[in-house]
Ligand binder design. Structure first.
Ligand code: SAM
Length: 287
């Protein structure tokens, strides 16, 4: 069964009386070599478990099941569960769970798999909820080795932007704290049914087992990053003053200069290590 063949996809949807659900971001891949490339590149350890978010009708799931020890697939649309039973029936190493990833208790679901070996994430993510899903995965504290996601190209460029670049945003800095993102390849909109309005890219994030940057207080670290990017046209003292109301602008400028930066620098120029050093000094003043 070729689950990327448009005729087959339409037949399966008709057989189970289903329509593509826009509200769930259902754009299914129709190019088998793209599906194979994602499965090949999401992880380099065959003994891994792969958490897949949004298996759809199971095209990527099958390729993952062929390559890795086990696959746990979370699908929100209960209409797709009988489809997945039909398309994945022969794979004993796949577990499908009908759950919203945003509500799922990932540490409970994945505990037995983490006991057995490495776990990575691989997903063609629904566009409407890319950032919340990525943040949930990062903030879960679960020791995923890699997170490989297909997302809108524009979002991929933001995630993978170098510090100081024009595409760099708060999410870029936060992501680089957890791991090293890398854009693998771009997939044009005509490789999906229905075709989305924009192109997509595949991004692989190799999570740091030990974070190279260790801020004293994570809450202040994230607050500093958010403040710096919320008003990115402002200089850093002005942007931080708007959020750190407990300090005067002079005190904030003093901290910034003591970290070796000019008082007119903008937040987007700072690296993750710079943000950690700055937030440590702010934390020492406000704690
Ligand atoms: N993996 C398939 C593919 O590549 O062809 C389908 C990808 S489609 C872009 C996104 C999938 O995520 C859909 O199957 C959709 O129903 C599912 N989905 C959307 N929101 C979800 C959520 N909150 N939790 C779990 N699955 C979700």
């Amino acid at each position: 069964m070729n689950l990327c063949d448009i005729k087959t996809i339409k037949q399966i949807m008709a057989m189970f009386s289903l329509n593509f659900r826009k509200e769930f971001g259902q754009n299914f891949l129709t190019n088998p070599s793209v599906v194979e490339d994602i499965a090949d590149n999401c992880c380099d350890k065959p003994e891994s478990t792969i958490l897949e978010i949004g298996p759809g009708i199971g095209s990527l799931t099958r390729e993952l099941a062929e390559r890795y020890e086990s696959v746990v697939a979370l699908e929100i649309d209960k209409g797709l569960i009988p489809v997945l039973k039909y398309t994945l029936g022969e794979y004993r190493n796949v577990t499908v769970i009908n759950e919203d990833v945003m509500k799922a208790d990932l540490s409970e679901i994945l505990a037995p798999y983490f006991e057995k070996g490495p776990v990575s994430v691989c997903a063609n993510l629904p566009y409407y909820i890319t950032t919340p899903i990525l943040m949930k995965l990062l903030e879960s504290g679960l020791p995923f080795e890699n997170i490989t996601i297909m997302i809108q190209s524009e979002v991929a460029d933001r995630l993978c932007a170098p510090a100081g670049g024009k595409n760099c945003g708060a999410i870029t800095a936060v992501l680089n704290y957890y791991g090293a993102p890398e854009k693998l390849f771009t997939v044009t909109a005509d490789n999906f049914i229905p075709a989305p309005k924009v192109d997509s890219s595949v991004v692989r994030i190799r999570l740091y087992p030990e974070k190279p940057v260790k801020p004293m207080d994570e809450a202040t670290f994230f607050r500093t990053i958010r403040a710096a990017f919320e008003q990115r046209r402002k200089t850093l003292p002005n942007a931080l003053s708007a959020v750190f109301g407990e300090l005067s602008k002079e005190e904030i400028t003093d901290v910034i200069v003591s970290c070796g930066h000019s008082a007119t620098i903008r937040g987007e120029k700072l690296s993750v290590a710079d943000f950690a050093a700055l937030s440590d000094k702010l934390y020492q003043r406000i704690k």
